[in-house]
Design a protein around this ligand. Structure first.
Ligand code: UD1
Length: 336
């Protein structure tokens, strides 16, 4: 009997492509569905790529009919917080309504396992800057809300006979595949490590620190930066867990400790060997001072064992990819 297929939406994007690569290396049969709006064909290192939208019910019907899909990993989404504030309905369309369309098709076609890319943004501004899975959800932007509604749909559907699921709440994802075969090339990046590495390689003039008056040790925002390769492994662990009959669950994905903006920039300077042009700006709207995972549960439930819990390594792998882009390396890809 041939292997069951894993449908990966958003598999050509930053995080999805790292998961697709690991799934391929593990011998899984993978089918990627991606609009290529922000993803890259070259990033898909395993299985077939179908170019299309997760919200396209007719396309989903065809894919679920033609392939023996028993697992869905759902990455396809808009992910830029300020954009979500400016255009909330587009975020609800893509992140919430399309997720509903996907869930409906998956359920109708008997999909058994669902792994969902959720976000630490569902917590908003938790007390003390730390969030456990049972910390009340109180998102402060449409991005976080658009993802939280999908968590609710998953939970309700699972209770009425739908797929068992693992919802993974990502903290701050950074870094690139250490072998340099794929990386983060998302256009118009806003994420700190990516922005700083672009500045270090001359692709932008400098980097801004948004807020130096936070109640944190050095006044800048604190975040829990997790290497994308460890995050990808969490998805494979979630798959094994669901296949072994694990109950539906929601898990934080972070290391459980944070770094400030200044610490991140210092790590980039040390990796690149040159100072960055840094300007201090006012706080960015909607940024919590501190957001760090309480991360025990994912270890306990999935047996997840991170390998790259090291800011210097995270930054180095990001910088190596950025240097490939800057040098026009044929292995790299980027938006024109
Ligand atoms: C947010 C979301 C996260 C989402 C991500 C992508 C929250 C709590 N988290 O992460 O779920 O996936 O956006 O949009 O909403 N910073 C600078 N200069 C920069 C860029 C960032 O100082 O040029 C600072 C920010 O103020 C923050 C930290 O660096 O303190 C990290 O910011 P960023 O990388 O944008 O991620 P988040 O906003 O934490």
């Amino acid at each position: 009997m041939s292997k069951k297929t894993i449908l990966v939406t958003g598999g050509a994007g930053y995080i999805g492509s790292h998961v697709v690569r690991q799934l391929g290396a593990a011998g899984e049969a993978v089918l990627t569905l991606d609009t290529l709006a922000t993803g890259f064909r070259e990033a898909v290192k395993a299985g077939e790529l179908v170019v299309g939208d997760t919200g396209d019910a007719a396309l989903l019907e065809r894919l679920f009919t033609e392939h023996r899909i028993d697992t869905v990993m759902h990455f396809a989404a808009h992910t830029v917080v300020p954009e979500s504030v400016a255009d909330p309905l587009e975020y609800y369309r893509n992140n919430t309504c399309s997720s509903r369309t996907l869930l409906k098709a998956a359920h109708e076609h008997g999909v058994r396992h669902f792994v969902f890319s959720s976000t630490a943004a569902v917590y908003g501004i938790p007390d003390g800057g730390r969030a456990a899975e049972d910390t009340p959800t109180a998102p402060i932007n449409p991005y976080g809300r658009s993802k939280l509604v999908t968590e609710w749909m998953l939970r309700d559907l699972a209770r009425s006979g739908g797929p068992r699921y693992v919802a993974l709440r990502y903290f701050n994802v950074a870094g690139c595949e250490p072998g340099g075969s794929i990386g983060q090339s998302t256009p118009n990046a806003t994420l700190l490590v990516k922005v700083a590495c672009e500045a270090a390689t001359g692709r932008r003039p400098g980097v801004s620190i948004f807020g130096t008056d936070y109640p944190t040790p050095d006044g800048t925002g604190l975040r829990d930066y997790i290497h994308v390769e460890d995050l990808a492994t969490a998805h494979l662990d979630a798959l094994s867990y669901l296949r072994a009959g694990g109950e539906s669950t929601t898990l934080n994905c972070g290391y459980g400790h944070g770094f400030s903006v200044r610490e991140v920039l210092a790590a980039v300077e040390s990796a690149s060997g040159a100072p960055l042009s840094v300007s201090e700006k006012p706080r960015r709207a909607g940024d919590p001072p501190e957001l760090v995972a309480v991360a025990e549960r994912i270890h306990d439930v999935l047996g997840w064992t991170p390998r790259y819990d090291d800011l210097d390594l995270i930054v180095r792998t990001s910088l190596e990819w950025e240097r490939k882009i800057a040098a026009g390396d044929p292995e790299a890809y980027w938006a024109a």
